[in-house]
Design a binder for this molecule. Sequence first.
Ligand code: ADP
Length: 248
Amino acid sequence: DVTHGRILYLEDVHVSFDGFKAINGLNLDIAPGELRCIIGPNGAGKTTMMDIITGKTRPDKGTVFFGSTIDLLRHNEPGIAQLGIGRKFQKPTVFEQLSVFENLELALKTHKGVKHSMFFQLDSAQSDRLAEVLHTIHLAGSMRRMAGELSHGQKQWLEIGMLLMQDPKLLLLDEPVAGMTDEETARTAELFLRLKGRHSLMVVEHDMHFIRAISEKVTVLCDGAVLAEGTLDDVQADERVIEVYLGR
Ligand code: ADP
């Protein structure tokens, strides 16, 4: 069983758009609780890869497994979210007119499919989880503030918190520290290190300082396939990687 001990397993995945091979023989696996960083030049296929994992794009060919038993190609996008794969896009999409607390509560209700949300009361386990998430995302002291009043970095953390209320097994994050101050970036690294272990994470990022702070293993994508994989030092010393970053 090739997928044994992996939370995510991709083998020989291919996707073409009008004959252009955006993903071209991609192999990748992620261990449970791992925090993997994905880097690569523009057009490498990073977004398309996340689109495949979340069911937004269907590959022409290949294997995509979640855990050892779930074939993701047999599930659609909402089904994959329900299986426990959360995705965060670059721009924060919090509800600005609601408080931090209400945003987290709403994320939980949405996940549980609560219809008559006026009468929804958190049970004690859910209240505990919400308090834990508030602490994880550095917003415990701001739970009554309107989301619209938060800084850019705090909005990003709140959106991560909204995903955490659904207790995803795997989180995919697209450039989580883009636009953040240095201090926010450092606190985001701290946040990610808290998530590792309980969740598996795949983080697409360009900020090398951030990657150094959070990651053990880095995957370099180029032309729709893995060019190199290893520690940040390993891949930064790899001549093929240097070549694609310095321009061919
Ligand atoms: P990255 O996220 O690494 O910058 P992408 O996954 O966005 O790379 O894109 C990989 C390649 O596929 C790019 O050359 C892009 O132009 C192309 N591509 C992505 N999506 C589409 C699409 N829907 N139609 C046509 N080409 C696409």
